[in-house]
Write a protein that binds this ligand. Structure first.
Ligand code: NI
Length: 176
């Protein structure tokens, strides 16, 4: 397995629309395993394929404290959302260090395929419901900061670009 490079906001590749998965082979299993390893290593509770520059409908999630409850969703669709909504402070591995409130459906029902291509349904609430909706947004090229005000989003963009420049500069200095 290997740790994959996670794209950082505002990288335009984060806004590409992911394609459906049609082939359930060893390549897909390796991708899911690498994504899980990358998520646990970060550490994070979810990772979508577009975040590692693979524009396919695959997400990995694990909201357990013990990192032993891996959920893989392929070609997921929301088939029901609760009218009740909840606000939750979200973060994202593509927007490191930023947390802000996003309002989403408190419960959702999802239909997805597993790693073998078998269909299943899932009814989730709490943190898992937040996570499923957040990760599914990545598949349509949406990052959670897009729910925030333009003012906040621009501040985040500036901060991310500044951090990236500082890192590049430090890398260059390190090489000399
Ligand atoms: Ni995210």
């Amino acid at each position: 397995m290997s740790i994959l490079n996670i794209l950082r906001y505002p990288d335009p590749r984060l806004h590409k629309i992911a394609k459906s998965v049609t082939v359930f082979d060893e390549r897909l299993k390796k991708l899911a395993a690498d994504m899980a390893e990358t998520m646990y290593d970060a550490p994070g509770v979810g990772l979508a394929a577009p975040q590692v520059d693979v524009h396919e409908q695959l997400v990995v999630i694990d909201t357990s404290e013990t990192n032993d409850d891996l959920l893989i969703l392929i070609n997921p669709e929301i088939i029901w959302s609760s009218p009740e909504r909840k606000m939750y402070d979200e973060g994202c591995l593509s927007v490191p260090g930023i947390y802000d409130g996003v309002e989403r459906a408190a419960e959702v029902k999802v239909r997805a395929l597993d790693i073998e291509g078998k269909s299943f349904e899932l009814h989730v609430d709490g943190l898992l419901a937040v996570c499923v909706q957040h990760e599914m947004d990545h598949l349509i090229g949406k990052v959670f900061v897009e729910y925030l005000s333009p003012l906040k989003r621009n501040r985040i963009k500036t901060k991310m670009l500044k951090e990236e420049r500082t890192e590049q500069y430090n890398k260059q200095r390190g090489r000399r």
